[in-house]
Design a protein around this ligand. Sequence first.
Ligand code: URA
Length: 167
Amino acid sequence: MNFVRQVFTGCRLLERCCGVVPPSGPNDPILVICGEAPGRTEDLVGEPFAGRSGEVLDDALHLIQVPRRQIRILNVLGCAPPYDRDPRPDEIKACRTAWIQAEIDQHKNVPWVLLGATAIKAIGGASHGVRNNIWASWVSPDGLRVHAVYHPAAILRGMSRTDVLAD
Ligand code: URA
């Protein structure tokens, strides 16, 4: 699939970032981890969770002894929003049409870990993101087994701990 052209349709974020950050990891993962959107580092490097949030994620994965290469890691948005602002509903919708729905359809048989409010709402279909759903597990409207956890950025802000995330 032409990733860039597909994502570009219906969304102008690509005009203001370095490029689409595609999912990392295998096509047959044991787990899917979904964050919000690439940050500045991810935009430059072209890989999800390559910056400080990624270090927290790597620490959590190290604690449970699961290597990144077994996990598919992606974001609700493929492009970094300017100034790290929150994704907008129209951008989330455009990305879903372009490629997220295909990821959902391809990886229905493995658990999805949703990092933070945006993923909890966009993928899990649950409102009141973190406040009402943190540490909960349920079946999403698409039939995914989803698990809601804090975003690593929240751990960097001291709202939870890496070992709790790993648990
Ligand atoms: N935050 C996210 O949600 N995703 C990334 O890839 C990096 C930071």
